[in-house]
Design a protein around this ligand. Structure first.
Ligand code: SF4
Length: 187
């Protein structure tokens, strides 16, 4: 199965906590005003890659977790679900996913909602320039949420993610545990 992507950036620290391999897909129909990546809107501006090849690249990078971004990955739900499933079944990496859809829209859609079972954190909602706030963590505008997807699926309602970058030693958070573990390995 193929995915249409613009780029893959390894070791990025701007799309979620710690080092991440970010997959920037093409294709987005939200057309948010002042979107920073309008070149990604047309899916044909990307190039096709095999899901297996993408997974091999992700797995080879032992240090990094994974982020799906774009564009909007939920415009290619079947291929991204296949990739997310491989990552979760064959590695211990976390997956963050950016989307212009809201969690509530995704959960109602049979195709899109399948991906949720493999996503750790969803950054949801369109970019709204009037709500732009440069101080927000990993988000552009204040309507967007960092959602703990697995807790939300379990509870049947949105549960916000509790990641706190200013306290890396908050022991109860899975993401922080992984960062601690990697830092210990590096030392
Ligand atoms: S969802 Fe993201 S990529 Fe799509 S138009 Fe909005 S800001 Fe741009």
């Amino acid at each position: 199965m193929k995915l249409m992507i613009m780029d893959v950036i390894e070791y990025t620290t701007s799309d979620g906590p710690g080092f991440r391999t970010s997959i920037y897909c093409s294709g987005c129909n939200h057309k948010c005003r002042e979107c920073q990546n309008p070149q990604t809107w047309d899916i044909m501006h990307g190039h096709p890659v095999d899901v297996e090849d993408l997974f091999s690249k992700i797995r080879r990078n032992e240090m990094s977790n994974v982020t799906f971004s774009g564009g909007d990955p939920f415009y290619q739900p079947t291929a991204f679900t296949e990739l997310a499933k491989m990552i979760k079944e064959k590695t211990d990496k976390t997956i963050w996913c950016y989307t212009g859809f809201t969690y509530e829209q995704i959960i109602k859609d049979a195709k899109m909602s399948k991906m949720l079972q493999y996503i750790d954190v969803l950054v949801d909602g369109e970019f709204i320039v009037e709500l732009k706030d440069p101080d927000l963590l990993f988000r552009g505008s204040s309507n967007q949420r960092l959602i703990d997807v697995q807790a939300s699926l379990k509870k049947g309602e949105v549960v916000l993610d509790s990641y706190n970058p200013y306290n890396l030693y908050e022991p109860q958070h899975e993401e922080n545990k992984k960062i601690e573990k990697k830092e210990l390995i590096l030392i």
